[in-house]
Design a protein around this ligand. Structure first.
Ligand SMILES: Cc1cc2nc3c(=O)[nH]c(=O)nc-3n(C[C@H](O)[C@H](O)[C@H](O)COP(=O)(O)OP(=O)(O)OC[C@H]3O[C@@H](n4cnc5c(N)ncnc54)[C@H](O)[C@@H]3O)c2cc1C
Length: 485
């Protein structure tokens, strides 16, 4: 990296907010995915103007730059694959405005998701999107990935709860997309920005909607002998006209692994468990809970129980939220696949997932947002066994193929990033991808902003392209991919 650029960055943020030490840089070669890539420098700006100056300097030196929130992303989006500068938002962590009357907040991008709801709680409000990582992930990351969460089934994902973003464009301009009002005239550039995985600019402020907390919430646990019965219950609950606040499924392997880890009170003999939250005014909530119980029993549930206290409900949800962490008990590593299918295809695709696991000799646990049909097969693997990572990637690609064949999509909420870029061709035609690339070029003409993400390379879906370090995948390849698309 050019010394002059390092000097510029140091002048912008101060010497204590630039990391260049190789040992320290290794902490920033990861996100939550299996890939890794070493940046040349990490910088920690204190405000939007510093972000703008950093972007300006990177442009001048033709150096790639990548925004990073908390690094919990599951598709390699925050990896500096082509090297360059990682712009970490952890110092941008202030809630700037809490406008109770207008039910909105303006926050900096590094604010942790859960902290928004904590701040709004005394006013009976909360920020709806609640990824299982909400205790760590940042609002900027949520916007970039258009994150979902346990309670997004009834209330919508991040895109439905963001009113506007202040953005440093890859050209170094500071603009607002959307604002604090509902709807803006002109093109819906906010709609384009949310979910663009850090490739169209860096959010420096986010205006989010706050939603009233419902007065009554009931949590039900239904256990089934087979995932098929549980899947049928999922379809029947929604088909009966009820949209629960959350409707999650865990298969037997997940239940036992989680229970062993957090002792949440899950039934370890079950073949599958549904966790359901219903929310409404008190009488309606009680009626809906009774209805969900009946539907589950009709679908063959062995047991349906309702949490009697808030603590009991909290413990059950803690179990679900700890699912990914619990996978460490199954194997040294795990790989989270993230496909979407129509709910009615759950039995068929879960069956295919099991067969794929057998074919590749890999154990796969399923924990997922069943109400949305958003699957998360967790593939257990051991990096130290030669070839196992490659088999895992190939199995994950087969799962995505099964999702697309069933009428679904290759990602529900974790984004495409590095991990799924070569699977984009399963779902999109060359014309689709070319249109997307022209849009990207309009925002990011020289391709320096988060290069190499989302768009396919020359590899095939499922062909391992692990970037073990900078140079594992040639920066030129990443740049070419960024420029070509
Ligand atoms: C245990 C676990 C559970 C999870 N559960 C869920 C879940 O239920 N639902 C879900 O949707 N996801 C889930 N995730 C994935 C992840 O937490 C989300 O994608 C989250 O939004 C990422 O936020 P982050 O701050 O960690 O972003 P990072 O990983 O740091 O970055 C993610 C992407 O956002 C971009 N980015 C970050 N900040 C900005 C910014 N200010 N402006 C522009 N781009 C930016 C980065 O360049 C990158 O492309 C889970 C992850 C883990 C590890």
């Amino acid at each position: 990296m050019q010394p002059d650029l390092v000097e510029r960055l140091t002048a912008i943020v101060g010497p204590s907010h630039v990391v260049r030490d190789p040992a320290e840089l290794t902490s920033y070669q990861y996100d939550g995915s299996a890939d890794r890539a070493l940046p040349d420098a990490v910088v920690f700006p204190a405000d939007a103007e510093q972000v703008r100056l950093i972007v300006e300097a990177c442009r001048e030196f033709e150096c790639p730059f990548v925004a990073r929130g908390a690094g919990t992303g599951l598709s390699g989006g925050a990896l500096a694959e082509a090297g360059g500068v990682l712009i970490v938002t952890s110092r941008l962590r202030h809630i700037l405005e809490l406008d109770v009357a207008n039910r909105l907040a303006v926050v900096e991008p590094g604010v942790v998701n859960a902290h928004v709801s904590e701040a709004a709680k005394p006013y009976g409000l909360h920020f709806v999107p609640d990824p299982s990582s909400q205790g760590a992930c940042s609002i900027g990351g949520n916007v970039a990935e258009n994150s979902g969460g346990l309670h997004c089934l009834a209330y919508g994902v991040t895109a439905h709860h963001v009113l506007g973003c202040e953005v440093v464009t890859p050209d170094g301009d500071l603009v607002w997309l959307g604002g604090k009002r509902y709807d803006e005239p002109g093109y819906d550039l906010l709609g384009v920005f949310v979910g663009s995985e850090g490739t169209l600019g860096i959010a420096t402020k986010v205006a989010v909607k706050l939603t009233p907390l419902r007065r009554t919430r009931h949590t039900l646990l239904a256990s089934f002998t087979t995932p098929d019965d549980a899947s049928r219950a999922v379809s029947e609950i929604i088909a009966s006209g009820v949209v629960p606040a959350a409707l999650e499924m865990m298969d037997g392997l997940s239940v036992r692994t989680i229970e062993d880890f957090v002792h949440a009170g899950l039934p370890v003999q079950a073949g599958a468990v549904l966790l359901v939250d219903v929310e409404d005014l008190p009488i309606a909530a009680a009626q809906t809970a009774a209805h969900v119980r009946t539907v589950c029993e009709r679908a063959g549930a062995d047991e349906v129980r309702q949490a009697r206290t808030e603590q009991e409900a909290h413990r059950l949800w803690l179990g679900r939220k700890s699912a990914f962490g619990a996978m460490g008990r199954l194997s040294a590593s795990y790989y989270v696949a993230d496909g979407v299918i129509p709910r009615t295809k759950l039995p068929q695709v879960l069956g295919e997932v099991a067969r794929i696991g057998e074919r590749y000799g890999l154990r796969i646990a399923n924990v997922f947002h069943a109400g949305d049909g958003n699957l998360h097969p967790l593939i257990a693997f051991d990096d130290r066994t030669p070839g196992e990572y490659e088999r895992t990637v190939a199995a994950a690609a087969d799962i995505l193929r099964a999702c697309v064949r069933a009428g679904g999509s290759i990602t529900g909420e974790h984004g495409v990033g590095v991990e799924k870029r070569d699977c984009m061709t399963l779902q999109f035609s060359p014309a689709d991808l070319a249109l997307m690339s022209r849009l990207k070029a309009a925002f990011n003409p020289d391709g320096l902003c988060n290069p190499g993400k989302i768009f396919p390379t020359s590899r095939r879906c499922g062909e391992s392209a692990r970037i073990a370090s900078r140079g594992g995948i040639a920066p030129d390849t990443a740049r070419a991919a960024g420029a070509a698309f």
